[in-house]
Design a protein around this ligand. Structure first.
Ligand SMILES: Cc1ncc(COP(=O)(O)O)c(C=O)c1O
Length: 387
């Protein structure tokens, strides 16, 4: 879970630094006032360095990151973008906002995109794939990246849940052509609201930089009010206070992930021998962010009993099962574009995903975990798993 647990003096000091340097809250210009203080720019540079990415662009949210990425790729009407059936609505919203056709594919027991089903859903109109590392566990990136390469599809990683994780040593978000991140208040590192995009390709990064800022090219030859433009765009600019908080949180990210991974392991070691549970699958070489510990139980009734018992013990679940409808495309009848893309019936579109998700229980893991939590989780699950 989250960066908010460790917000403190370091974030405050970075914010105060903005005011100590003149209080310019806009990421561009005002050079005479700001004494060379550029927090968003610095945040982008440090984020790119930490992720081993070539280029980074800070934006206002993880949803905006997806929208800007698709715009920079010129994806729009008539194009299909495939993502996974288990994600937050934002991933599909980003595709709908770009006026492309959203297509969802089944998940496998990693709870992420199933490479076999991805392969089946590719058509001549498919332009990009958005893979999501849900709840901090990497998707099967080697297989997915290979499919994208074979079919010449752009691979975007929605890394909203995967910031700070890696697969086989390569940071999540940098396996694909583009990685998007969310820094909303529930995420592993937070700026309250905010997001980041990392890119391999300089030309696409430049297009994104312009598009997220009304088309501004930041032409050094002219002042901003005379700036040149090659496309229209929108305003998804991050502001300086978010950049300041982001800098402090970024420095804490490795520690956050290490603490969560330790707590995840403590929890799993305490419950692993319970009959009737299995840990969600993770690809070989996964370094998970461990935002949650996800187990699969016998069926939906048992999953619901697990939640009930955890609540009665004063604990909770995280997303599964209680927020299933916000995260499973099979229930998104409010999205006509998605319904139409799946033949008018979402309910029967993802049987494999439904079978997995209906028996999944996700237990939140934080940076801090009281000593008695693993044993309390065990007792709750023992009661729920009784025949
Ligand atoms: C998978 C996924 N993608 C994108 C987003 C959107 O991020 P934001 O809340 O920063 O817009 C979220 C938010 O929870 C998410 O879970």
């Amino acid at each position: 879970m989250p960066g908010y647990e460790v917000i403190g003096n370091e974030e405050l000091a970075e914010v105060q630094d903005v005011f100590a340097h003149g209080g310019v809250l806009f990421r561009h210009g005002f050079d005479g006032l700001r004494n060379n203080c550029f927090k968003v720019r610095q945040f982008e540079q440090e984020f790119a360095n930490q992720m081993g990415a070539k280029y980074a662009l800070a934006v206002t949210s993880g949803t905006a990151a997806l929208r800007v990425a698709l715009a920079a790729l010129d994806i729009g009407v008539g194009d299909e973008v495939i993502t996974q059936s288990f994600t937050f609505v934002a991933t599909v919203e980003g595709i709908i906002e770009s006026r492309a056709t959203p297509v969802c594919a089944e998940i496998d027991t990693t709870l992420n995109l199933d490479p076999d089903d991805l392969h089946r859903r590719i058509t001549s109109r498919t332009k990009a794939v958005i893979v999501v590392h849900m709840l901090g566990t990497p998707a099967r990136l080697p297989e997915i990246a290979e499919i994208c390469r074979q079919h010449k599809l752009v691979l975007i990683e929605d890394t909203a849940w995967g910031c700070g994780g890696n697969l086989q040593g390569t940071p999540l978000g940098t396996w694909g052509d583009i990685g998007t991140y969310s820094f909303d208040f529930a995420k592993t590192m937070t700026t309250g609201e905010g997001g980041m995009i990392v890119f391999r390709d300089e030309a696409i990064w430049k297009k994104a930089v312009a598009w997220h800022d009304h088309g501004h090219e930041n032409n050094p030859a002219v002042p901003r009010w005379e700036d040149t433009r090659a496309s229209s765009g929108f305003n998804y600019r991050m502001m300086e206070l978010q950049g300041a908080v982001g800098l402090a949180q970024l420095r804490k990210l490795p520690g956050i992930v290490t603490a969560q991974r330790n707590n995840h392991d403590r929890l799993w070691q305490t419950i692993a021998d319970l009959p009737g549970i299995e840990l969600r699958a993770a690809p070989e070489g996964s370094y998970e962010t461990a935002d949650a510990l996800v187990i699969l139980v016998a069926d939906n009734l048992v999953a619901l009993r697990c939640r009930q018992q955890l609540l009665e013990t004063g604990l909770a679940t995280k997303i599964l099962p209680e927020a299933y409808t916000w995260h499973f495309a099979g229930t998104w009848n409010h999205m006509p574009e998605l319904v139409a893309a799946h033949g008018g019936n979402l309910q029967t579109a993802f049987p494999q995903s439904q079978a997995i998700l209906s028996r999944a229980v996700s237990i939140p893991v934080g940076v801090t975990m009281a000593d008695d939590v693993p044993v309390r989780v065990r007792h709750a699950l023992e009661k729920a798993l009784q025949p």
